[in-house]
Design a protein around this ligand. Structure first.
Ligand code: NAG
Ligand code: NAG
Length: 397
């Protein structure tokens, strides 16, 4: 029987401590730490499909360096799948973790699980990053033990900003996501999650060689349920060491800018297309902005996935998205929401066709021809139409 590990995640928008069987974490190894990274989306914006495994580095509770594992170039983690990295080094419980992008292909991290040689295990979900303002996208990852319809969001990292989002990596204090009482603390005061640098931060300058901020473990106090005794203390820089030690890496002292979460304002920008009365402001908003994986389309029949929510978020990023449950299509480059065409809606809609996806125009697409482009039509109100082309259509259910 699999042991149960509590990991804080989001359920219907509320932080909860989710009891997960440890089966989604890597099995323990006698002398090294295993870091399992789950991909929500990966690949490049170019036509060739490639991708990269991120690098990871680990520290113990006191900020002592445990070890690191370099990332891997040109290796794709399939959506919803994982890759295990092995960190050889000190035999200790890893409490701090950095994950840094390798290469120019973006990776959307849906979850991370760490298994220490001491038996200590902990996990982290991309929902945390999304709530703190990181660029996000839905994922198709089912976490064992949680509601199969509640799949964590993923957050984007890449090394050079070529995917139009600024973060190269993230740092995580693992016990901050296993102490059950913290879920309510985060619900009550999101700053205790997103504005306490060691707990969780996204970084515009982060590499596997860098150190990270850690708490002075002996200065913080907890309640019985694991929540913080003093909320001011958790936000107080006096409670944090700005740098840890990375003894085998003399260049590892560059901390980079403490530029953690900044985009907590999730003001909706979605508009239902087409808008005839465009104000100046609206047309500015709808100027197309390049998105990662523009040549893909995701068609989801997962009930928790919402095109309306995705389109309404200033921080969402990724390919165009259809929610079958809502009957809505989000044009991500413009963050414009369209209804999916149906018997009732025949104009100003996105044409998925009556039975599955209908190919229009001269596209040669078939299920067995991955090179084929699929073209779909966006019908405008005046009866005209515009084609959108996708190289790849993913169906999530
Ligand atoms: C709570 O933390 C703040 C900031 O570190 C500190 O000034 C204050 O004295 C602490 N309060 C208690 C009751 O310990
Ligand atoms: C989507 O899910 C609903 C309800 O679970 C189901 O009835 C429907 O057939 C599914 N549609 C597709 C296209 O898979």
């Amino acid at each position: 029987m699999s042991a149960i590990i509590a990991v804080i995640g989001l359920v219907s928008g509320v932080f909860q401590s989710i009891n997960t069987p440890e089966s989604w974490m890597a099995p323990p190894h006698v002398s090294s730490t295993k870091v399992r990274v789950y991909s929500g989306m990966s690949g490049s914006t170019s036509e060739s499909t490639s991708g990269n495994i991120p690098g990871v580095a680990l520290w113990d509770a006191a900020g002592g360096f445990i070890g690191k594992a370099m990332g891997v170039y040109n290796y794709v983690i399939d959506d919803g799948k994982f890759h295990d990295l092995e960190v050889k080094g000190k035999k200790a419980s890893a409490e701090y973790l950095s994950v840094s992008a390798f290469g120019t292909d973006g990776l959307c991290v849906a979850a991370v699980a760490v298994t220490s040689p001491t038996g200590y295990k902990a996990g982290w979900f991309g929902d945390i990053g999304r709530k703190c303002g990181a660029p996000w996208y839905p994922s198709n990852l089912v976490i064992p033990g949680s509601d199969p319809e509640a799949r964590p969001a993923c957050v984007w990292i890449d090394q050079d900003g070529s995917n139009n989002h600024p973060y190269t990596g993230l740092t995580i204090h693992l016990p901050s996501f296993t102490r059950a009482g913290l879920a309510q603390e985060y619900n009550d005061n999101i700053d205790t999650l997103c504005r306490s640098l060691p707990r969780f931060s996204m970084w515009t300058t982060r590499s596997v060689h860098m150190t990270l901020p850690v708490y002075y473990a002996d200065r913080l106090e907890f309640n019985e349920d694991g929540s913080d005794k003093n909320l001011s203390a958790i936000l107080d820089p006096q409670m944090m060491q700005s740098e840890t030690t990375a003894p085998n890496d003399p260049t590892g002292t560059a901390l980079g800018v403490a530029d953690g979460p900044s985009a907590l304002d999730l003001a909706p920008v979605a508009q239902l297309a087409p808008s005839r009365r465009r104000t100046r402001r609206q047309s500015q908003i709808s100027r197309p902005r390049p998105q990662p994986l523009q040549n893909q389309l995701v068609v989801s029949n997962v009930s928790s996935h919402s095109a309306r929510e995705l389109c309404g978020s200033r921080t969402s990023a990724g390919p165009d998205f259809v929610s079958l449950g809502e009957g809505l299509f989000c044009d991500m480059a413009r963050k414009v929401l369209w209804p999916v065409c149906s018997e009732e809606v025949t104009a100003a809609c996105f044409d998925l066709g009556g039975r599955g996806l209908r190919v229009v125009g001269g596209a040669q697409h078939s299920e067995t021809d991955p090179e084929g482009w699929l073209e779909l039509r966006v019908r405008s109100e005046d009866g005209g139409s515009r084609l959108k082309s996708y190289r790849n259509v993913q169906r999530w259910s």
